[in-house]
Design a protein. Structure first.
Length: 479
């Protein structure tokens, strides 16, 4: 801020300082006024949420339109509207003050049996509505794993977001899903990674030092709580990560209580000594300098520290695609540990062999060398890698060629070294081996010759000649 004199000279220093000071005071006054307004807005939002229990919005569930006469809280079984900016600001302020946050989403399911007709999510919400309004008015903290007993029926909070929070007018309620079961048995595995490392301690110590105290604290907390278990999910217990490997009854989600039998063991995934992970050249950025390991590979491995890897596995981070090209020792699956040396030198060019997933590469490896080359050839195609990749994937995953009856109609004879075809062909272009006298060969309608066993395998997958692309099916059946 500056002021100019009528004579056009520079302003004096005292005048300039006073102007700057006045402007700073004005800005501070405006900031204080804005903070007071935000505090009042948050206070009115919370009070209106508590006072609106008798006039709550009619309940709605995904797939059901219209209003409910029970004044249930608003709900959605598949999607929900985002929170308002004032609610988000309220959450931030509450966190700074150490107060419980406002629940954004709450998922509630009945335990064991459904008190309403199956699929009637609206009925579940109407049954829960009085208890939810009571908890909202009383400002009771709702937690993941907390029981709710309504009209003689047990419900449980499968998930609250945040995990401990208060219900408000903006909270979205989800009640869809099958009734949750109590697990009789649960199998946990303690995971290791390059940060925590593996251990040779007895698995009984895992139970006594980690699993038992963790779940016992929930059951003995004096609150009506239980442990919610997701099969295949990872649970953070103190400084260790545990994965739920299996459970009985066989379901993805269940309750772990005092009657659940728990089996605990260490993760037996082997550790690689060395691993070579290479990026695809066409996915690397070219507009700025970067370090492949520190900017891409290390952040990805840190975020996915329990990842099991094997040769030919692929993954993408920040738009850069990587592939595992070699491991030591050569195991089917392993993990990067504290003693693993990670190499990332070099780049891969986008060939079909590099782009195919591991399961299709396994199928491809069992085919003759020449057939592999024919399948992976892209020179004759103008569509590029993407089009050819889709074609090869379909060809390997499902057979779209000729049936055996049509193949048997293709000319077959025994090779004679003294009777070479006019074009001089003496080599099978599928296996890349020379013909030997007496071998069974087939001559396609286009006159190209192949070993019978080689071309039969090709024709079961494709109707065209592997050399000239002439349609064999059309020529044999003449349509």
């Amino acid at each position: 801020v500056c002021s100019a004199s009528s004579g056009g000279g520079a302003p004096s220093a005292p005048s300039s300082n006073r102007a700057v000071t006045a402007m700073d005071e004005y800005r501070e006054a405006q900031r204080q006024k804005w903070l007071v307004a935000q505090t009042e807005k948050q206070g009115s939002s919370v009070s209106s949420g508590a006072a609106a229990s008798s006039a709550a919005a009619p309940g709605q569930t995904g797939g059901a339109a219209g209003s409910s006469s029970s004044n249930a809280p608003a709900a959605s079984s598949s999607s929900s509207a985002p929170l308002s900016s004032s609610a988000a600001a309220g959450d931030t302020s509450a966190a700074q003050r150490g107060e419980p946050l406002v629940a954004r989403r709450v998922h509630i399911l009945p335990v064991e049996t459904d008190p309403v007709e199956r699929g009637n999510d609206k009925g579940r919400l109407e049954l829960l509505a009085p208890e939810l309004r009571r908890k909202r008015e009383a400002q009771e903290i709702i937690k993941t794993g907390g029981y709710m007993r309504v009209s003689g029926h047990d419900f449980i909070v499968v998930e609250a977001e945040p995990d401990e929070s208060l219900l408000a007018k903006d909270t979205d309620y989800y009640v869809d899903g099958e009734p949750i079961k109590r697990f009789g048995k649960v199998h946990l595995v303690c995971l290791w990674d390059f940060e925590s490392g593996s251990s040779a301690r007895d698995s009984n110590e895992l139970f006594s030092e980690y699993v038992s105290p963790y779940f016992r604290s929930k059951l003995d907390s004096g609150e009506d709580m239980a442990g919610i278990i997701h099969v295949n999910k990872v649970i953070k217990i103190f400084d260790r990560d545990f994965q739920v490997m299996a459970a009985e009854p066989a379901t993805d989600l269940g309750i772990m209580d005092a009657n659940t039998m728990v089996f605990v063991d260490w993760d037996g995934t082997p550790e690689f000594e060395k691993i070579h992970i290479v990026p695809f050249q066409d996915t690397l950025p070219n507009a700025y300098e970067f370090d492949v390991f520190n900017d891409y590979l290390k952040p990805y491995l840190t975020r996915n520290k329990h990842l099991r890897l094997s040769v030919n596995d692929q993954f993408t981070y920040q738009g850069v695609q990587f592939k595992v090209v070699c491991t030591v020792p050569e195991r089917q699956s392993g993990r990067i540990g504290r003693n693993t040396t990670v190499y990332c030198e070099g780049v891969l060019h986008p060939s079909l062999r590099n782009l195919l997933p591991a399961e299709l590469l396994e199928q491809l490896s069992h085919l003759p060398p020449g057939l592999q080359m024919l399948l992976l050839n892209t020179e004759a195609l103008a569509g590029g890698y993407e089009e050819r990749l889709i074609e090869v994937q379909e060809m390997l995953s499902r057979r779209r060629g000729l049936n055996n009856e049509t193949i048997d109609r293709v000319e077959k004879f025994r090779w004679d070294d003294q009777n070479v075809p006019p074009d001089g062909q003496t080599q099978c272009m599928v296996c890349l081996c020379d013909f030997s006298s007496g071998e069974e060969v087939r001559r396609l309608p286009c006159t190209h010759v192949f070993h019978a066993s080689c071309i039969d395998e090709w024709l079961r997958r494709c109707t065209d000649c592997p050399i000239c692309k002439a349609n064999v099916d059309r020529a044999v059946r003449q349509y």
